[in-house]
Design a protein around this ligand. Structure first.
Ligand code: 0L1
Ligand code: MG
Length: 259
């Protein structure tokens, strides 16, 4: 695909993300939308956000659990980019009308205290981590009816829109990171129950996979960045009035409210 077309498609997904409008799948009209091209479109669309003053604050892994892969009909993890306007304070209130068709999923997040350049093993990846915490990620695909191919969702920055982090931060070796029980409640009712083991079998494997995938593109993670390791359950549609809490063993609660 030509550089001009990549920039043109980046402007379309960026515009849809900014204006919270639905678009048609890119793959439907662009047969040369490979995964490599899709990551170029993602990078170019996020660059537009940075040029408007947002800061790159981290990265996210997507489609890391079998439940998510089955839900979306795909079979490999992908990564996206987190910017400063996506991070809300724990317990924040979000207006549903400012989103398209939001869904939410409980996650575990890493706070990096060292740079991390792949390829790395999970054990090496953990050496860059200063802390882990509970997280909730709101995803809001810009594609009509939340339907897309894998390259489409990569181009759309893996549906990233908002996230919150829990207040409890612990060193990764201080918790049973590979098997933390996770419950997501909506209005006091458990709607999803899982374990951090569902995140590519161990969240450290997700972090290592991220660093390794980024290295293939000549990119790396930096000290101070946040990494959302990926959903541990299926994502759930949310509506006005919902109070959503992710309760993660040993890591407390990440929560937000929809109005
Ligand atoms: O964070 C995620 O796992 C989302 C990846 C993109 C797929 C989706 O929008 O469900
Ligand atoms: Mg996610």
């Amino acid at each position: 695909m030509s550089p001009e077309n990549i920039q043109h498609l980046a402007a379309i997904v960026d515009g849809a993300a900014m204006n919270r409008t639905e678009i048609d799948q890119i793959a439907a009209t662009q047969p040369d939308l490979t995964m490599e091209v899709a990551y170029h479109i993602q990078a170019a669309s996020v660059k537009r956000r940075l040029e408007r003053g947002e800061r790159l604050i981290g990265m996210k892994m997507g489609l890391t659990s079998r439940a998510k892969m089955e839900q979306m009909g795909v079979h490999e993890p992908i990564f996206g980019r987190l910017t400063s306007t996506m991070l809300l304070s724990n317990g924040a209130t979000v207006e549903h009308s400012t989103l398209i068709h939001p869904r939410i999923e409980p996650e575990v997040a890493f706070l990096l205290e060292r740079d991390l350049t792949g390829p790395v093993t999970p054990a090496e990846a953990l050496q860059a981590v200063g802390g882990v915490c509970a997280a909730l990620e709101v995803i809001d695909s810009r594609y009509r009816d939340f339907k897309f191919t894998l390259p489409d969702v990569v181009a759309d920055n893996t549906s990233a829109v908002l996230f919150v982090l829990g207040d409890v931060v612990k060193p990764p070796h201080a918790v049973n990171l590979g098997n933390l029980g996770i419950v997501m409640e909506i209005n006091g009712t458990p709607v999803e129950i899982g374990s951090s083991a569902a995140i590519l079998d161990h969240p450290a494997r997700s972090l290592a996979a991220l660093a390794t995938m980024m290295a293939r593109r000549g990119e790396s993670l930096k000290a101070g960045q946040i990494v959302l390791a990926g959903g541990a359950t299926a994502a759930v549609a949310i509506k006005p009035g919902d109070h959503i809490r992710a309760l993660v063993d040993e890591l407390g609660v990440a929560e937000l409210r929809m109005i």
